[in-house]
Write a new protein. Structure first.
Length: 331
């Protein structure tokens, strides 16, 4: 468990539920994560077993499994969970990575245990809110957030509030297609940005390029000579070492992202674009290249005025996002 020091007034609990783990943290009113813990997630067990994992993670924050420390100081609990879910009722509908929960009232169950207000939302929405409140989007009225990693998730924050759409299913920006003849995404649509620019997409393009080319590349060496073992991390390592093929692959990714973000600018005209996730970190040396390409991919004549910045929260985005949800509930 990581610890830190801060005023205990008005503490928030953020919980990040994934297919293999539950991470939870105590967050102060300034978005600083004071301490955190994680436990395994029983994603394929019973609904009650999955809930027990979440309860255990929260209780661990107090140093024991029977009571939550500083109960009077904690204002609420926010939970990031995979969708689909209903953010208005806190019901988990049928997430593929959490088969233990089907139409499960997660918020009500946690609230009943801890006697605190609880909010549930998907991870990208919550992370967007955390960045808008405390992170790289702080001080901006309208924020577009994208997390680029194994998949691509997005969140939209208008005037300090998540834009959910009519039923809570809005802001699926990772499944906006930029090539109707492109490869088919797992969602069933062709050419989604997720299937073109996520980590697995970069690895897939790298393997194809290496199979077709006779050019020497350290990507293959880093993969032990086996093309099947090439990953986006392998490409990142080769790029850091100055490999030309890796640079070409990442510049292609920048071009794809610029086209996609140009669409987001023309649709939403946000005040700031915040990008996070493992692939965003990998692309950070090329971020200026992305900023330079973006105006050519948007019709908005003032596109250059919209900053494109890296997110504050990395692997802790889910904890910070959960905390931002329950802070939002108290206002």
């Amino acid at each position: 468990m990581k610890t830190g020091a801060s005023d205990a007034t008005g503490l928030l609990i953020g919980v990040d539920v994934g297919g293999t783990k539950v991470a939870a943290g105590v967050v102060d009113q300034n978005g600083a994560i004071l301490r955190q813990t994680r436990v395994p997630m029983a994603a394929t067990g019973s609904a009650s077993a999955g809930l027990a994992c979440v309860i255990s993670a929260i209780r661990n924050l107090g140093g024991n499994r029977k009571s939550l420390a500083l109960p009077d100081a904690v204002q609420g609990i926010g939970v990031c969970a995979p969708g689909p879910l209903d953010p208005h009722t806190g019901v988990i509908i049928n997430p593929p990575n959490l088969p233990c929960w089907r139409d499960y009232p997660l918020a009500a169950q946690i609230s009943q245990t801890f006697r605190l207000p609880v909010r549930v939302d998907n991870d990208a929405n919550a992370a967007a809110l955390a960045e808008a409140r405390w992170g790289a989007g702080r001080g901006y009225r309208n924020v577009f957030y994208a997390t680029i990693g194994t998949g691509i998730g997005t969140g939209i924050v208008f005037d300090g509030h998540i834009y959910h759409g009519r039923t809570g299913a809005a802001a699926e920006g990772g499944h906006v297609s930029i090539d109707y003849r492109g490869p088919r995404c797992a969602c069933g649509k062709p050419g989604c940005i997720e299937v073109l620019a996520s980590g697995p997409a970069i690895a897939r393009r790298a393997r194809a390029k290496l199979a077709e080319s006779t050019a020497q590349s350290s990507i293959l060496d880093l993969a032990g000579g086996n093309i099947a073992d090439v990953s986006s991390e392998t490409v990142a390592q080769a790029f850091a070492a100055g490999d030309g093929v890796a640079q070409e692959l990442l510049l292609e990714t920048i071009e794809l992202l610029a086209l996609w973000l140009g669409n987001m600018v023309d649709l939403l005209e946000p005040d700031v674009i915040v990008v996070g996730g493992g692939v965003a970190v990998m692309l950070s040396p090329l971020m200026e290249n992305l900023r330079e390409r973006l105006p050519a991919c948007a019709i908005n004549p003032r596109c250059r005025e919209i900053p494109v910045v890296l997110a504050r929260y990395g692997a802790d985005a889910g904890i910070a996002g959960g905390a931002a949800l329950c802070k939002n509930l108290a206002e």
